[in-house]
Design a protein around this ligand. Structure first.
Ligand code: NAD
Length: 463
């Protein structure tokens, strides 16, 4: 069997590499018009960093896994065509700032219609609004010579940073299709691919709309848990409760469960915000403003949490950071990825720069060019510096702020850093990963998320 995937991004590359590794009988071609990206997939420096990805790619590349810019040949030769192109939030026009921009989906569908000769199964791997399959089917059937298309929804649930584990052993694979003989046959064909390594009971088949909607709802529920615990982190700071203790206590309730209850500086990544905004737009579209407002609050709390973190830095540094050096450790939206889309670090850096701080960023996997573009959008600002080690960032800094939970930050030589920092030296732990008590013993003022700082507690005691 030949399959192909349109879109060699964070999803297309890793998912197809896993299929190729697990199904040596299938020839997998990943295509993308972005020649530079394809060249990287064919090199030793892959465009996506994920633990284990390089090894999986090397195992199959040139055997049954190919990366190419030849979109048309891939369409022509494949029985199953995955579409894994970007679906960013619309920037202008109707629904700007909320609705999904479906231009890449539509152009992919039109290309398939034009090129395809025989029957094809089109698989929506991208995250799309409910009912997108209807639009794709209409475009395909109106523009093709053959007209024999089945459209399936197969949303991807991998999380960046653990993509390879998630793909190897997913909680579930979801496949939605039309409730017709042809639709069921197409679903069975795709089930047959995944069943080569995933237990059959974990492969769920549903109708198209349930599958499309489930992806948006899964991301909305995950993000909602983060905003819920982050909202409580503010209350913990104000009252002297400890958000880790609260999270642990409520997580023991089997109805709540322990996962995704870690407070932080706010969620990032390309999906959570985009998908919730898309959900709120859909709710508005279907005349459900109350449902829309409910989910919108998840994004509002997240924005507030990022600004709250920057404000706390300013407040605790005696209400001015002008001319002060602040070391930002971590820029990726989470550890083990180089992805910075919607990372909380962007807003925190921007807020601190607006206050006149000298912001010095270190991240083990994100490039200087990427950081500059994200924070400054192409403008110049000498107050933003990017360095190549945590030590360099901390040297002479009034404060260190942890923005990403990279493992290497847990064992940094903070005693040595302390000596070279103006006093009082502060640490703002936006991920609660550091040993706060021993840092206080070294002399640092420590401000974790969701825990009253020592200073604050003393003030309260005195009052
Ligand atoms: N990143 C994630 O963690 C994640 C997880 C689950 C689902 N998703 C969803 O998967 C989709 C893809 O996300 P991503 O992060 O891989 O995006 P991405 O921006 O990394 O990659 C998309 C790629 O599609 C290519 N492309 C655009 N039009 C094309 C066409 N007509 N033919 C071939 N290639 C084309 C682009 O050049 C780009 O390289 C999105 O809908 C996203 O919401 C992402």
């Amino acid at each position: 069997m030949n399959i192909c995937c349109l879109g060699a991004g964070y999803v297309g590359g890793p998912t197809m590499a896993m299929i190729a590794a697990k199904c040596p009988n299938i020839k997998v071609t990943v295509v993308d018009p972005n020649a530079a990206r394809i060249a990287e997939w064919n090199s030793d420096t892959l465009p996506v960093y994920e633990p284990g990805l390089y090894e999986i790619v090397c195992e199959s590349r040139g055997r049954n896994l190919f990366f190419s810019t030849d979109v048309d040949s891939a369409i022509r030769n494949s029985e199953i065509i995955f579409v894994s192109v970007g679906t960013p939030t619309k920037k202008q026009g109707i629904g700007a700032g909320r609705a999904a921009d479906l231009r890449y989906i539509e152009s992919a569908a039109r290309r398939i219609a034009e090129i395809a000769e025989g029957p094809k199964i089109i698989v929506e791997k991208s995250t799309i609004p409910v009912k997108t399959a209807e639009a794709i089917i209409t475009i395909l059937r109106a523009n093709s010579k053959s007209g024999q298309f089945q459209v399936l929804s197969n949303p991807e649930f991998l999380a960046e940073g653990t993509a390879m584990e998630d793909l190897q052993c997913p909680d579930r694979v979801l496949i939605g299709g039309e409730d017709t003989d042809e639709g069921r046959a197409a679903m069975e064909k795709l089930v047959g691919v995944y069943a080569q390594w995933i237990p059959r009971e974990r492969i769920l088949t549903t109708n198209l709309w349930s599958s499309e909607l489930s992806k948006l709802v899964a991301n909305a529920f995950l993000a909602q848990r983060i905003s819920s615990i982050n909202s409580i982190s503010a209350l913990c700071e104000a009252t002297g409760a400890d958000v880790d203790e609260v999270g642990n206590a409520i997580g023991k309730d089997s109805r709540i469960g322990p996962k995704f209850l870690k407070a932080s500086v706010g969620f990032g990544g390309s999906c959570f915000q985009k998908d919730i905004l898309n959900l709120t737009y859909l709710c508005q579209h279907f005349g459900l403003p109350e449902v829309s407002a409910y989910w919108e609050s998840v994004v509002k709390i997240n924005e507030w949490q990022k600004h709250r973190f920057a404000e706390r830095i300013v407040r605790e540094l005696f209400n001015t950071v002008t001319g002060k050096r602040i070391a930002i450790l971590g820029f990726a939206f989470k550890k083990d990825t180089n992805d910075t889309r919607e990372t909380a670090a962007i807003k925190v850096c921007q807020d601190l720069l607006a206050e006149g701080a000298e912001v010095v960023v270190y991240d083990p996997k994100v490039t200087e060019a990427n950081i500059r573009l994200d924070v400054l959008g192409g403008a110049a600002n000498d107050n933003l510096k990017v360095v190549t080690s945590a030590r360099e960032a901390a040297d002479g800094a009034h404060a260190i702020a942890i923005l990403t939970e990279w493992d290497e930050f847990k064992t940094l030589p903070f005693a040595e850093f302390y000596v070279k920092m103006p006093k009082p030296a502060c640490i703002f732990d936006g991920r609660n990963i550091l040993p706060h008590a021993s840092l206080r013993d070294l002399g640092f003022r420590v401000f974790p998320i969701g825990k009253a700082s020592k200073t604050l507690r003393r003030k309260t005691d005195a009052a």
